[in-house]
Design a protein around this ligand. Structure first.
Ligand SMILES: [Zn+2]
Length: 173
């Protein structure tokens, strides 16, 4: 273990415990008296200046852990919401309407609209009803998962904000 002994010239001379109580000569020619072992421990140790910036650069404490946890939860929820919106079930009524409208004259479309209005979209009652029921169930499931994902995202946001109230903590050596 080496310590740095400061000289009035500004030079820092490295000394060891073996030199405690002795005197050494600085580069400037001045005689420096090395303190005793007890006095040496109060000096700046060699290597401390090199290791200090490394730990200061990455201060990873409980606060950073909570903040990152919040970010991970929130990001996961956002990804889930994007996937759920992308995979939401298409409305079969709209598709059926679009299919029936293709290549139809305005007068025919008006007749179609009257027909759909009077028959409550029951072109093929049984099949259409089943399709719409399946769609309603799929949409309910999709909305339920969206609500869960939004809730998880909110939890992530709360965890992230809570991270700012967690003490930063000391970086471990
Ligand atoms: Zn000197």
């Amino acid at each position: 273990m080496q310590y740095l002994l400061s000289c009035p010239c500004g030079e820092k001379v490295p000394v060891t415990r073996a030199q405690a109580g002795l005197s050494i000569t600085c580069q400037c020619g001045k005689q420096l008296s090395v303190p005793t072992v007890r006095g040496l421990s109060e000096l700046e140790p060699v290597g401390d200046t090199a290791s200090a910036p490394a730990t200061a650069r990455r201060p990873w404490g409980p606060r950073q852990s909570v903040l990152s946890l919040g970010v991970v939860i929130f990001a996961s929820a956002v990804i889930a919401i994007i996937v759920l919106v992308q995979t939401r079930p298409p409305n079969p009524a709209r598709r059926l309407a679009e299919e029936s409208m293709q290549g139809r004259a305005p007068v025919q479309l008006l007749n179609d609209w009257r027909y759909f209005r009077d028959n409550e979209y029951s072109v093929d009652t049984g099949r259409t009803h089943k399709t719409m029921l399946e769609y309603a169930n799929a949409r309910t499931r999709n909305i339920r998962w969206l609500a869960i994902a939004a809730g998880v995202g909110l939890i992530g946001l709360v965890v992230f904000i809570a991270g700012f109230f967690v003490p930063a903590g000391r970086a471990r050596a």
